[in-house]
Design a protein. Structure first.
Length: 211
């Protein structure tokens, strides 16, 4: 593996890391009844939804991580537009989960849906094996935030955990969104000290719904 160091650059990004709740349980259940194809079809539809919105919303579909994606947005992304997109994405997921997967499950998990972790900051862009790769703290923090949503929350679906820098930069008003200030301990972040962050509950939208 070679790194083309002459193509290193630093870019400020807003990182959205999202995950499908209970995905391991869902896959195990579908495998028992030979219905894994339904999960595959749902993931394909989800990927197509993301790809269809990259230009209009202005983000990069960076990585598929098995049961979710990492999306990279411009550091200047508008907070209201970002939340609208995440609400549309959540509504799209719920509709397709219900139509493709839910009816095929022998046992429906107590929690289904999407969870989101969001951070912002500088990422290092590397050209590796002819592919653009990114490294940096915001990727790690966004992943840890997404994982920490379920801490002290029995119903984490369709919620975002945002770092303080991301929340402030996005200009999200507690009067407009259901927001709660929380503290979470993020593994290997801030030396294990509690981090202050913001939990935001999304309002699910039908992507076809007009304003």
């Amino acid at each position: 593996m070679t790194i083309e160091s002459h193509e290193l650059s630093t870019e400020n990004k807003l990182v959205v890391f999202f995950d499908i709740c209970s995905s391991s349980s869902i896959v195990d259940d579908l495998k028992l009844t030979d219905n894994l194809g339904k999960m595959r079809n749902m993931l394909i539809r989800l990927k197509e939804f993301l790809v269809d919105h990259t230009e209009s919303v202005g983000f990069i579909v960076y990585k598929f991580i098995g049961d979710g994606w990492i999306l990279l947005f411009p550091d200047s992304v508008n907070g209201d537009e970002l939340m609208k997109f995440l609400e549309n994405l959540s509504g799209f997921f719920r509709k397709n989960f219900n139509s493709l997967v839910k009816s095929r499950l022998q046992s429906i998990p107590s929690v289904t849906g999407l969870t989101f972790g969001i951070d912002r900051g500088a990422l290092i862009r590397i050209k590796m094996m002819r592919q653009a790769e990114y490294i940096g703290r915001p990727l790690n923090v966004a992943a840890r935030l997404q994982s920490a949503i379920k801490d002290k929350d029995k119903n984490p679906a369709y919620k975002c955990l945002l770092s303080r820098p991301a929340f402030k930069a996005l200009g999200l008003s507690g009067k407009k969104y259901h927001v709660k200030r929380v503290t979470r301990t993020l593994r290997n972040i801030q030396g294990g000290q509690p981090c202050r962050c913001y939990k935001l509950t999304l309002r699910l939208r039908d992507p076809r719904q007009k304003e």
